[in-house]
Design a protein around this ligand. Structure first.
Ligand code: FAD
Length: 398
């Protein structure tokens, strides 16, 4: 693999660096998703093609020809400058690519532009109390009555449901079909009567996700993506896109650089942590894993460029990336000594407590989007050709 960039790409890199130098003070650090500052930054990035780069202009994107290396340069330079890139919630990262591939023209026109601009926030209604890793066992039902679906059931772990405008939701429309075949993919507003959202507080002390209940929720018949009973295919398109957004190597590299700074400034007896062999050894192991992660990310890039299947490399990046981030944040906590144990309101917090927060948050991301055990199962079965694990209840939803 040739890892060097062409002159055209190096010139493009200089443009990105110049943009960042000029505009970085406008970046919405710590601003809320609905703030004007966040929306203005998103609009500026789209205008210059630094986010939504290849999404057609007619749907609110920048409309550039696909050039994966340019996309990579943008991500690298934003990470290097520690400037937040474009918005990347579940709507943008997961639903938009899926609508582009499988949505009707009407759905593309209605949903993509407001989602990209940050005006329309989405949540993902997949998991249920009895259907997480075994997602195809989901039971939330949708029954067609005249021109509407009537939705009943419960979702769980629904991130951002408390602020979302819309939900993309997996429902069972064919209860008698084999379990993977009876599922459909619906889009509906979160203020539809019959939806109740109950917050779930996680170990960070925040309610990052929710339980979501549906009682006779009326959804117009045409708010389905793909055909009735083919929601599993739509869901898998989405899960591939989700894995791309978890364990991001550029964000990890940016965090590694922050860790190096932290370990230079933290001292014990006047000696910086980075000068202590035991800590430096741990740092170098993390650094090696960050490099390996970036090379696996290049396998995705290379597979895409050569129009080959990138799904296995995506699983590896999700598996490695989320576990590595958790370990990286853990090293920072150790490096801070007693101050690493503070959380919430404390005068001793470093970097606003972000190390402690991310340590806990990434424990969740090792589970979300498919647990590490499930990633390992798929990698061993599909990648290494190991025997498949026994399948139980392959044909029914019960
Ligand atoms: C931070 C976070 C955000 C999330 N956001 C969302 C969201 O927005 N929308 C949404 O729908 N869901 C969301 N989820 C849910 C997430 O997708 C599920 O938690 C995940 O798929 C695991 O399902 P489960 O929790 O039911 O665990 P289970 O499937 O019950 O698994 C329990 C344990 O058993 C292991 N296990 C299960 N099956 C196997 C097997 N075949 N082989 C080996 N081990 C196995 C698992 O690895 C796990 O350790 C989120 C979860 C987290 C943590």
């Amino acid at each position: 693999m040739d890892l060097s960039y062409s002159a055209e790409h190096e010139a493009f890199r200089q443009q990105v660096i110049a943009f960042l130098k000029k505009h970085k003070t406008l970046a919405p650090v710590g601003a809320g998703l609905r703030s004007a500052k966040t929306r203005d930054w998103q609009a500026l990035l789209i205008e210059h093609g630094y986010t939504a780069r290849t999404i057609p202009r007619e749907y609110g994107g920048f409309g550039a020809k696909p050039d994966l290396l340019k996309g990579r340069i943008i991500a690298e330079e934003f990470a290097r400058a520690q400037v937040p890139g474009g918005l990347s919630g579940q709507g943008i990262a997961m639903l938009v690519p899926t609508l582009l591939e499988l949505g009707t023209e009407e759905q593309k026109q209605q949903f993509i532009r407001p989602t990209l601009s940050g005006e329309m926030i989405w949540c993902q209604g997949y998991s249920e109390p009895g259907a997480g890793s075994d997602l195809a066992s989901l039971k939330t039902s949708a029954v067609l009555e005249g021109e509407n679906w009537l939705v009943n059931g419960q979702k769980i772990w629904t991130s951002t449901a408390q602020i979302a405008d819309w939900i993309f939701c997996l429902v069972r429309t064919e209860p008698d079909a084999p379990k993977h075949k009876g599922i459909s993919f619906l889009l509906f507003r979160m203020d539809t009567p019959g939806i109740e959202v109950r917050p779930l507080v996680d170990m960070t002390g925040l309610a990052n996700f929710n339980e979501t209940f549906f009682t006779d929720v009326v959804v117009p018949k045409n708010q389905i993506v793909g055909f009735r009973g083919e929601g599993w295919r739509v869901a898998n398109t989405i899960l591939g896109n989700e894995r791309d957004s978890l364990g991001n190597p550029n964000a990890t590299l940016s965090r590694l650089n922050a860790l190096i700074r932290l370990m230079k400034s933290e001292t014990v007896g006047g000696i910086s942590l980075i000068s202590m062999p035991a800590y430096r050894d741990r740092l170098m192991k993390i650094q090696g894993r960050v490099m390996a992660l970036r090379f696996n990310d290049m396998r995705i890039l290379s597979a895409k460029l050569n129009r080959k299947d990138a799904s296995l490399a995506r699983l590896i990046v999700k598996l490695q990336g989320t576990e590595l981030r958790h370990d990286l944040e853990a090293l920072a906590i150790d490096a801070m000594g007693e101050a690493g144990l503070c959380f919430g309101e404390s005068d001793y917090l470093r970097d606003g407590g972000s190390w402690q927060y991310q340590y806990m948050y990434f424990l969740g991301l090792i589970i979300g989007g498919g647990t590490s055990q499930i990633q390992k199962n798929i990698i061993s079965e599909r990648g290494l050709g190991m025997p498949r694990e026994p399948r139980v209840n392959a044909n029914t939803a019960t």
